[in-house]
Write a protein that binds this ligand. Structure first.
Ligand SMILES: Nc1nc2c(ncn2[C@@H]2O[C@H](COP(=O)(O)OP(=O)(O)OP(=O)(O)O)[C@@H](O)[C@H]2O)c(=O)[nH]1
Ligand SMILES: [Mg+2]
Length: 352
């Protein structure tokens, strides 16, 4: 077999197959991307007080809010009042990941909650716009990609399934970002209630035509174990999670959990909640797919929409100016130059 170092190329000789060396291509890609490092942007959204900030803090084993000087660990996370972005660089076995968490203020506290999704939707669009601008600019090297790859949408454990605002919120975002629904504060429900609520929420998502992130189908040649795990993952939607910022002692081990008079719930115990399943999905199994769908579907939609409206404006402007006696070439040049002019103007004024 070919090794990844050096030229091993040989041609077919004497009828039996020899390697030219392109079997090393995956290795070349691997080394290059490890060197470059990876990035991922995760957003949390949903009603206030459902544990969004607490959960993202538990997810990546880093204290995102460590700069805040508060004494009590329980109090370390306060209500989120504006969209905040935290970036942490984490490294594991030489692989670097630049992780960005976008925390959004929960809705529900205001008297009027109509269009509470607006600022979140605008934030996602602004990141697309920045990327579109950078990509169409002169220097396309080292573009900072801040596009949101996944949005964990928190659903209250206290309602009967989805609330009207949940439906409105998710529908406002589902064409822009990969939505992964989360059943919050699962420690307040019995296992049977969790099961029933999950079923109801899945049913309503379908019924209201909400397009959540779809896990890609398994390849038919995958082994049975893998297929079963994949099915389990699909059946877990919405992930029932528990968040905590305190470390408690359970059976002699120190674990992240919540201490109640009747016992301890452990965040990372899969018998207690889907926290580990969610983290594995985000990090181990589907991070690349979430990024691919963002790029190929959500960004592509934004971009097409943008170009369409710019083209429409150019046509309108040209009709307004109506210059009947130009020859073809001159008219085409006019088109291009006004297109460029309008691109810049549209982006500048955010007319899109
Ligand atoms: N029972 C229970 N309480 C939780 C859980 N996660 C967080 N909490 C508590 O719920 C309260 C609110 O948590 P936050 O993380 O601030 O909630 P949030 O969704 O970020 O709220 P906003 O910033 O207002 O949108 C805190 O007192 C947390 O300790 C959980 O899984 N179960
Ligand atoms: Mg918060």
């Amino acid at each position: 077999a070919a090794s990844h170092s050096g030229w091993q190329g040989q041609v077919r000789t004497g009828g039996h197959k020899e390697y030219v060396g392109f079997a090393t291509l995956p290795n070349q890609v691997h080394r290059k991307s490890v060197k470059k490092g990876f990035d991922f942007t995760l957003m949390v959204a949903g009603e206030s007080g459902l544990g969004k900030s607490t959960l993202v803090n538990s997810l990546f084993l880093t204290d995102l809010y460590k700069d805040r000087k508060l004494l009590n660990a329980e109090e370390r996370i306060t209500q989120t009042v504006e969209i905040t972005k935290h970036t942490v660089d984490i490294e594991e076995k030489g692989v670097k990941l630049k992780l960005t968490i976008v925390d959004t203020p929960g809705f529900g506290d205001a008297v009027n909650n109509t269009e509470c999704w607006k600022s979140v939707a605008d934030y996602i669009d602004q990141q697309f716009e920045q990327y579109f601008r950078d990509e169409s600019g002169l220097n396309r090297k080292n573009i900072q990609d801040n596009r949101v790859h996944c949005c964990l949408y928190f659903i209250s454990p206290f309602g009967h399934g989805l609330r009207p605002l949940d439906v409105e919120f998710m529908k406002a975002l589902h064409e822009k970002v990969n939505i992964v629904p989360i059943l919050a504060k699962a420690d307040t429900l019995t296992p049977n209630e969790v099961k029933k609520k999950k079923f109801k929420i899945r049913e309503e998502i379908e019924q209201y035509g909400i397009k959540i992130y779809q896990f890609p189908d398994c390849d038919s040649d995958e082994d049975e174990d893998f297929k079963q795990q994949d099915q389990e993952l699909k059946d877990s939607i919405p992930f029932a999670v528990i968040g905590s910022n305190t470390v408690v002692e359970a059976k002699g081990k120190r674990v992240r959990g919540r201490l109640y008079p009747w016992g301890i719930v452990e965040v990372e115990n899969s018998a207690h909640c889907d926290f580990v399943k969610l983290r594995n999905m985000l990090v181990r199994t589907h991070m690349q797919d979430l990024k691919d769908v963002t790029r190929e579907t959500h960004y592509e939609n934004y971009r097409a929409h943008c170009i369409q409206s710019m083209t429409r404006m150019v046509v309108k402007e040209r009709n307004r100016k109506q210059t009947p006696n130009r020859n073809g070439e001159e008219a085409m040049l006019m088109n291009i130059s006004s297109w460029i002019k309008f691109t810049t103007e549209c982006l500048g004024n955010q007319v899109i």
